[in-house]
Design a protein. Sequence first.
Lengths: 245, 243
Amino acid sequence: MPMIEMRDVCKWYGPTFQVLKSCTTAVDKGEVVVVCGPSGSGKSTLIKCVNGLEPFQSGAITVDGIEVAAKGTDLPKLRARIGMVFQHFELFPHLKIIDNLCLGQTKVLGRSRAEAMAKATALLHRVGLDEHADKFPGQLSGGQQQRVAIARALAMDPVAMLFDEPTSALDPEMITEVLDVMVALAHDGMTMMVVTHEMGFARKVADRVIFMDKGEIIEDRPTDEFFGKPRSDRAQLFLSKILSH
Amino acid sequence: MNYHWNWGIFLEPSPEGIGTYFDMLMMGLRWTLVTAVLAWIIAVSLGSAVGVLRTLPSRLGVGLGDAYVEFFRNIPLLVQLFLWYFVLPELLPKDLGNWLKTLPNASFWTGAVGVGLFMSARIAEQVKAGIQSLPRGQSMAATALGLTTAQTYIYVLLPMTLRIILPPLTSETLNTLKNTSVALTIGLAELTARTRAMQEYSFQVFEAFTAATVIYLVINALITVVLRRFEKAIAIPGYVAGT
């Protein structure tokens, strides 16, 4: 059974503007799927539907067998099991790094402070930021903040991770350190859905690539095929634009 | 100007037979302070609640919050105090109205609640603006972690909001204290009322109002210093507003 499954997801802003048009796809357990496409194509909106941050009007999304938009679904509980990383990191500026990692663990999962601290410390070590535990987010570089954000999501022991353009707000020299963490995560078998323009990352670790344009999933195929010859004109145009340098 | 200065007036007994003129002003100051403290507590707690209400994804909540703010913000404080003190008891059922009228220290309770409600509308406005000034991603990130709406406000949004609105909140705290002087019109014997009484008994108008001016200045300066300290104490290392 797929970890994330979407069937005919449609979303409108207002009565006329359709941002998602019958999007259907699935992400299997342990699979890494990259979502790309021009800006405004609906890719960020699509992954925000997965954990219910964005409501949608028709279709269905299930995560680990639980229907996201069903009436009886305990959304906070479901969200706690889906990690999410944002373009602008969104660390909580008033909390120390270690407390950013503990908040969800203690308040949502009900872990003891000691348990949460142990988990947080181990994860900070994993993303290479041990010595920054007692600093505040504003004292870290963008790349470091994004690694903390990944660790914060991992602290909840998620069944899947969503990345919404995790490197788009970073200076070029910091992109690698974040991608390295994501690559390691992919190799560890994490189920990942990643909105990104980093085609190098897609080539390296993605099992499949989804190409979106104007709210539609145009292509959804294995990575090698996507980067190989046969593909839609729109995807070709997009790739030629972002791979030309 | 033919004015007889007498700075020694403060040490002379007041005609009320309860100590000197200085004591009289100090008793006024005490009423000013307790009224201001109660009004401030009402203003901050109700103001925060209404401010939060106006940012919730609920049309009804936002509508109620907006109506509250418009009501208390658009009617002059003086008129509001008159409404609560003179009009409200007449509109209530007879027993309740009589109970209100005979309440001990009625002008204090009315003054504190009246000033508190008036100020709460202004604080609600600032709390709302403060919350809305936070990046939208903050509440998204909290929600994505599995925090409920209440937890998102308590642990993520409000701690930052407090830091952002502390400077204007300091001004509103000073306004709360100063606005208690309006309660003299409903008979509260606070500092300004006692100052006027002193002037009427002694005819030393300049001395009386100099004293009141200095007292207000000193108290407000103290409040400012304390809140500035608090502001510094909760400042976040490395945090630059707007990033």
